[in-house]
Design a protein. Structure first.
Length: 474
């Protein structure tokens, strides 16, 4: 890469300016508080894996009941993600996160004290509304308030916080499993939710939202805390100009969706969102202790062993984030799906071995290997592609549709998995996921775009040419 010219360097916001130390503290504070939304997302989706074995005994749950309680949060998240973007435009990014924080608190308490399965299901749905909203609003808030030169790292930090929240859930589950304290496992999510709710009172909204409401002075005050003073007027003008372009683009969004190459890209994006879920990741995230217990491992040991799944997910996500810009999106998707398919084939075969401690360890190792491939490649790549691949005119609409499909498929997998596990066994279930990986690999090899190294404006032209060429081939 060529070194920047002196003119480019002077135009770019400078992190080593006299205001940089204060800016760094401000940005770190924002990241620490706002990313609690990502951590809560991870905790509330991961904690159910440790609570389910005890809830099953307490409520007398059937396999279908387990699926309903697990998936209630996910269908709530699907609707929460649809509402999150609209709410953040109307109320502001910060105020919308405050709303999500309040629902996180109420939902966590309601889940922890639920006396019956119907009440538990409704409470989990309520919690899902907060999870879905946070999944949209948190990266939006971080991307809009961060200076351009660190925006990618700050938004990716939210993804790291999601898997870190899942790891925290596994640690809490293991610590409380001895006392079968499943209500505490679920209810402890209220503590970081309270921290998020209180912390947000000390944060501003984003300059972009202030400008959209005509509040230029407040936008300027926020920018002066992240950029050198001499860069603020130009950044205000840039944001104002970008908002005008986006408003024009949004007015033509529905018309653009009728364009064949845009419609093709939307279908590819929806396909990628489905691929992320049908390959089995959340079967492991939500039901890892149940899977391990089926090999003869005790409930407490199964819950403790799940910590390895969370720890590897965090490490693999960090590695994936460091490689994605060097290796490229498509190669990582294809390599990851191949590794996932092999891991699942071996995992399915391992359930034909006689129950023993060694087999339980083998199953855990293969689950960890599968999660390393998944979190380091497919999960990282799909989220990044969905943020990059759509043209400006339909970006918000198309990404919203893809994320909605992602949550709905997640819901379906969580609902069906325990029933399928009982009906056909773990071996056949994981081989089915392996087949999905192979089919997904074929889909990604044929249709997934490569976005590495291209500016979004240039990328739009490249994707248009590629989509029209693909359509011409049939």
């Amino acid at each position: 890469m060529a070194a920047p010219t002196s003119q480019e360097a002077s135009a770019r916001p400078r992190i080593d300016s006299p205001r940089a130390p204060g800016a760094k503290r401000f940005i770190v504070g924002i990241a620490a508080i706002a990313a609690l939304g990502g951590a809560l997302f991870g905790y509330d989706t991961g904690v159910i894996s440790g609570a389910l074995p005890f809830m099953e005994a307490h409520f007398g749950l059937t396999s279908l009941g387990e699926g309903i309680i697990t998936s209630a949060l996910l269908i709530g998240a699907a609707f929460g993600s649809l509402a999150g973007g609209r709410m953040s435009d109307a109320l502001g990014r910060r105020n919308s996160l405050l709303w999500a924080g309040a629902v996180f608190i109420g939902g966590a308490v309601a889940v922890a004290v639920s006396p019956t399965v119907p009440v538990m299901t409704m409470a989990r749905f309520l919690l899902g509304l907060a999870v879905g909203s946070a999944s949209v609003i948190t990266p939006l808030y971080l991307s809009e308030i961060a200076p351009p030169h660190i925006r990618g790292r700050l938004v990716s930090f939210n993804s790291l916080m999601i898997v870190s929240g899942q790891l925290l859930a596994y640690l809490v589950n293991a610590a409380l499993a001895h006392w079968e304290a499943w209500r505490w496992m679920l209810g402890l999510a209220a503590l970081p939710a309270v921290a998020l709710f209180i912390g947000l009172f000390f944060l501003p909204d984003t300059p972009r939202w202030y400008i959209s409401k005509g509040r230029q002075d407040e936008a300027g005050r926020v920018l002066r805390r992240t950029l050198p003073a001499e860069d603020v007027p130009a950044e205000l003008a840039r944001i104002d100009h970008a908002r005008g372009l986006e408003a024009d683009a949004q007015r033509g969004a529905w018309r653009q969706l009728r364009t064949p190459w845009v419609r093709r890209l939307l279908l590819v994006g929806i396909g990628l969102a489905a691929v992320q879920q049908i390959t089995g990741v959340n079967a492991v995230v939500y039901f890892a202790p149940k899977i391990l217990a089926s090999t003869g491992l005790g409930t407490g040991a199964s819950i403790t062993a799940t910590i390895a799944v969370g720890a590897v997910s965090v490490l693999a996500t960090a590695i994936g984030m460091s490689l994605i810009d060097r290796v490229g999106r498509r190669p990582m998707l294809i390599a990851g799906l191949a590794g996932m398919a092999v891991s699942l084939a071996l995992l399915g075969a391992s359930f034909h071995l006689p129950h023993s401690t060694a087999v339980s360890v083998l199953v855990l190792v293969l689950m960890v290997l599968y999660m390393a491939f998944m979190q380091g490649t497919l999960n990282t790549g799909v989220w990044l592609l969905l943020a990059e691949m759509f043209p400006l005119t339909v970006r918000g609409l198309a990404m919203g549709a893809a994320v909605f499909v992602m949550w709905v498929v997640n819901f379906a997998v969580a609902l069906v998995f325990p029933v399928l596990l009982d009906a056909v066994g773990a071996s056949t279930t994981f081989w089915c996921f392996g087949v999905m990986c192979v089919l997904s690999l074929v889909f990604c090899k044929r249709y997934a775009p490569e976005t590495k190294g291209l500016a979004l404006e240039d990328l739009e032209q490249e994707l248009r040419r590629a989509a029209e060429a693909g359509r011409a081939k049939g």
